[in-house]
Structures are given as C-alpha cells and as structure tokens.
Design a protein around this ligand. Structure first.
Ligand SMILES: [Zn+2]
Length: 468
C-alpha cells in the first residue's frame, strides 16, 4: 500500500467565496440523472431527516411515460416535510401537500403570473416566487446548519482559510450572521477560518456596523474583515460596465450600481475605520470608477496603509493594470470563471477579448493577485481552479480554449498567488503556517493530474479536522 504522508502542503486559502451560499447550495438534492418518477421517490427517501427538501433537475422527457411527477407522488415520500422539486429548466416545480399548506393558498386565482395547480402540485413561472419567499424565511438554526455543511465541504477540498461574503445571502439582518458564525466557532463546530468580507444592503447598515464598533472584531477563527461592495454586474447578463459597446448588443454598455458620491462615502468610512475595500468590478468602466473614487478617498482621508483590491477585474486593461500598480490596488481573481465564460467571450467582447483575464500580467507587476473561486458561482476546488489558471481552458468545453495562452500560470506562480499573495490580502503574512493538507499525489506540472487530486487529511493547528 502506498503511504500518502509525503505529499503535504499548507492548507489552501480562497480570498473570495460565499461560505453560507455553499452550505445552502449543498441542501439542494440533484435530480438530473433521474429516469422515472419511481426512481425520484427512491432518491428522495434518504433525505427524510431534513426539515425541508429542495430538489432540482428532473426532466419528464427522460421518463418512459413522459409524465410529470405530482403532489401525490411526493406525498408518498412524505406528507409532513415540505418538499419542492424543480424541473431542470427552473421554470416549473412540483410540491407536496405539506408545502402547499405552508404556502397557504386558498384558491388558484390568487396568483398573478404563472400558475398553481392544487390538484397536481405543479407550479410554474412567477408563482414560484411564493416558494422562494418561503425558503428564504430561514432562521438562526437553519443558518447554522448551512454553515456546518459548508465547513465539511471546504475541508474535503483542502481549504482551511477563506474570505467570505455572507451578510446579504439571506434577507436576515447582518448581525444574525455574525451571531451564527461566532457561536459555532465558540462551540468548535466550524474549522475553516473565516475572514468576513462585510457586505451591506444600504449605507446606513455600514454606518450602523461602524457605530457599534464591529470593524476588525475577532471572534477566534472568525474575523470581521474588509468592506465588500458590488460596482457592476456580470458579462453573462451584459450588466458588467464597459467603456465600449457589447459586441453582441450594440448601444449597450452595462450598468453601475452606485453614483460616485455614494461610493465615495463607503470608501471614506472604510478608510477612516482602517478597513480594506474588496470590491466587485468586472468591466473596465467599473474599474475606472473604482480607481477614480478610491484615489479621491485616500487623498481626503490621508490613508496610507490600505490593501484595497478589485474582485474579478476580468476586463482590467493593460493601462488600468499600470494604474492599479501605481495606486497599490490588488486583485482577487477567479481563473475558474473561464470554465463557463470562455464560451461567450467572443460574443460579448469581440476583438476586445484580447484584453481580458490578464491575471498573469497582473501577477508579474507589483500587484498581489489573490486566487479565489467565488463559489458557489463555480466550484471551490483549488485543484479545478489551478487547472484553469494553468491551462486557460474550460475542462467542460475543451475545444474552446485556451484563452490567451501567454496568460497561463506555471504551477509555482499559481501557488504563489494562492499562498503568499492571499496571505498578504488576508493581512496574515506574518503569521506562521499552521494548517497542512495531505494529498493522494504530489502536485505536478500536469494540469490534468492536478484536477484529479484528492485530499486525504486536513490538519489545523495540529488537530486533524478532516480525514477521508
Ligand atoms: Zn462573490
């Protein structure tokens, strides 16, 4: 038998993901491979311990009889646990009697947009929002269950330290998220160390956060860290703010979330509180706004020790990268986005795609380039992310890559971003390495090998917190 002991490396850090979102996503029962209603019922039975059951992916076109599942089918699995099973398209779902009771629908006429069939339990389109509202109404105990789920999943992939954006994932007040995580930390039920990228729905919430003395608070393994904001949208939705028209939508340039004055206020408050700003900006238009407002704010607040960073920075141009370097602005990037984005870069950007995802160019300047995944948007596996960083390809759409081969990282370069650069962005570069993971093989220069790597064991401060 092969001993695995020799393949040990420090635990992985991820500088931007959504810890709570990962736990919530894990709650969804996948039904993509189901080929009959009977199989679906069998597949649901092991989940009867849950307070509610959410599934996704059934498709009656794969069933012999092509009949949709109904309320009666689900009632045979459970009459008491509220259940909703979404069709693969997400526009149709079937619910059981317990869920219908929870929705409290007296007559089908109450619904505007979409439909609810009380007989079959089939719900469509806008009426599905009633279910979303129900599922969103989670409390402290649900939040804790999701967090514990996320912790286990991240350890399986060798992640020991993350920066995470969780405050606005649910409609609950931000202080309830702080309470949930800090209580679980005290009870030693969460092992992964979390630096929260604090994200607020409104400026008044951020003012409240500061007034209550929350900045920099450390609960032991859970710290309240940088301010997180979103400046623009996404390339997929054509909402990322560009300085040029979308190639496939002439006249459209995306959007900015904030006017400069409001963004400046956020920056000023963060700078005065000594907080870093980790800010989502994808398009070059949004990156311009970041640089313009940040420059004004550090001048007014006389901040000198910031480690502000742009999250995503997919369309940072070479000129903007020079400006980032001059201002001491860093980047938190997700090579794994190529997994999905590579298929649309031509459509959205046309010739401008030659100035996108310039992550290696950034890392070769003085910019710290923190590796991250933004999970659950994409997989949080550092091995999948390393594959994308080193190949510039999508493992799914292999024929489409590579996107700008010269931007491909070597293994050492990518690991430096995962380790040294992330440690800098976490403000932990002076702390000793105290986490270690054991792998089933050495990390090689072969990206396909790396993608297959499995984590055998995770230790944090000499305690084994995960063993496969
Ligand atoms: Zn995110």
């Amino acid at each position: 038998m092969k001993k695995h002991g020799e393949y040990r490396i420090p635990g992985f850090m991820d500088s931007h993901l959504h810890y709570l979102g990962i736990g919530m996503q894990a709650d969804i029962i996948p039904l993509y491979h189901i080929t009959s209603v009977r199989e679906m019922m069998l597949h649901l039975k092991p989940h009867l311990h849950r307070p509610q059951m959410i599934g996704r992916g059934w498709n009656q076109n794969r069933f012999d009889d092509r009949l949709m599942p109904t309320k009666n089918d689900l009632d045979q699995v459970s009459r008491d646990i509220p259940m909703v099973m979404y069709r693969v398209c997400g526009h149709v779902a079937v619910v059981n009697s317990a869920m219908l009771e929870r929705l409290n629908i007296e007559s089908e006429s109450q619904i505007s947009g979409g439909s609810i069939d009380l007989e079959t339990g089939i719900i469509t389109e806008a009426a599905l929002r009633l279910i979303d509202d129900q599922l969103q109404a989670v409390g402290l105990e649900d939040i804790k269950r999701y967090l514990i789920q996320a912790d286990r999943l991240l350890l399986q992939e060798g992640l020991t330290d993350v920066m995470s954006d969780d405050f606005i994932v649910t409609p609950l007040p931000y202080e309830m998220i702080i309470q949930a995580i800090s209580e679980l930390k005290m009870e030693k039920k969460l092992h992964v160390r979390i630096t929260e990228q604090v994200h607020f729905r409104a400026l008044s919430d951020f003012e409240d956060f500061i007034a209550k003395g929350y900045p920099h608070r450390d609960y032991g393994g859970f710290r309240l860290g940088p301010l997180k904001l979103l400046l623009d949208g996404s390339l997929g939705g054509r909402t990322a703010r560009l300085n040029f028209d979308y190639h496939d939508a002439p006249g459209q340039r995306g959007m900015l979330v904030y006017p400069d004055e409001v963004l400046k206020r956020y920056f000023d408050l963060a700078n005065l509180a000594g907080m870093d700003c980790h800010i989502h900006a994808i398009g070059d238009g949004a990156i311009d706004q970041f640089l313009r407002v940040m420059r004004a704010s550090i001048k007014d607040t006389k901040r000198t020790d910031h480690r502000h960073a742009i999250i995503h920075a997919q369309l940072a141009t070479r000129a903007q990268i020079s400006e980032m370097q001059a201002l001491g602005v860093h980047a938190i990037v997700q090579p794994i986005f190529l997994e999905s984005d590579i298929a649309m870069l031509d459509d959205r950007l046309g010739a401008r795609k030659s100035e996108s995802y310039l992550f290696r160019t950034m890392a070769q300047s003085d910019i710290k380039v923190g590796m991250s995944t933004d999970a659950p948007v994409e997989s949080f596996s550092p091995f999948h992310n390393l594959y994308a960083a080193m190949t510039r390809q999508s493992a799914r759409d292999h024929q489409l890559g590579p996107h700008l081969q010269e931007e491909a990282f070597t293994l050492d370069e990518a690991l430096r971003c995962y380790q040294a650069h992330n440690r800098y962005l976490f403000r932990q570069e002076h702390e000793a390495f105290d986490s270690e993971i054991t792998l089933d093989r050495p990390l090689s220069d072969d990206p396909d090998e790396i993608r297959q790597t499995q984590v055998i064991e995770v230790r944090i401060k000499d305690e084994v917190v995960y063993h496969r």
